[in-house]
Write a protein that binds this ligand. Sequence first.
Ligand SMILES: [Zn+2]
Length: 276
Amino acid sequence: MKYKRNIYIALTILTILFGCTSTTKKSDSEVDRIQLMILPEYMALDMSQSGYTEILDNAKKDGILNTDILQVERVREISYNLINQTYIFRDDAQDWNWEINVIESELINAFCMPGGKIVVYSGLINKLDTTDDELAAVIGHEIAHALREHGRERMSSALVQQVGILGFAIFLSNQDGSFLSKQAILQGVALGTTLFFALPNSREQEREADDMGLELTALAGYNPMAAVSLWRKMDAQSDSQPPEFLSTHPSNENRIEDLQIEAKKYEKLYKENKKN
Ligand SMILES: [Zn+2]
């Protein structure tokens, strides 16, 4: 009986969540797609926090966490300049518990997990001799993913695919602190972190992150055209797997073209906000 009631409650919650609107406010970048968000935000944030802590712990153990203090300071300054502009997309993001760290690695990559957990790999800076504007382009793009909650969106659709709506409803309905539900949460956390990294963003999500990222960088006084120069630098590095920033787009040339057109849109905004 209680079981049935729980399912009913969970399904009601799901129905409400199904009607979820866009996670961000519409701005010049005109991103306002309605998103399917079945996984509750607090769960996505829990998963993100534990996954991020694990990544940092492992890096610390290997002696590759924040080894170059000047580099860390540079990455954090650029990140906070961008974070200070997030209000155009959402009212709550500036109050997130942002964390920004640099991991020493050959990887040309960076990511921002749900709730503002950023990692930049030193390869992105050292191998590409990245300028501040270019670094802002990557970090702005990654922050935009987090603002749009693309990770939660991906985890939501993957969970539904794996366990079905009903399975997920039962999963949600068991959140009463019992041993079983704690176990389920732990499994969910492990699954969530895996899903976050295993599933690539969709092309639509990438396009949104590109557009919002450009607006964010221009607002923060960084040249949005740097996204294009960064792309060309990355393009020249054919040896490695494409980093997140490059992923899921079959044609680099198309994306560069799109970025160029979009970046032009923010030229005025950039000039208004440019420092010195
Ligand atoms: Zn991306």
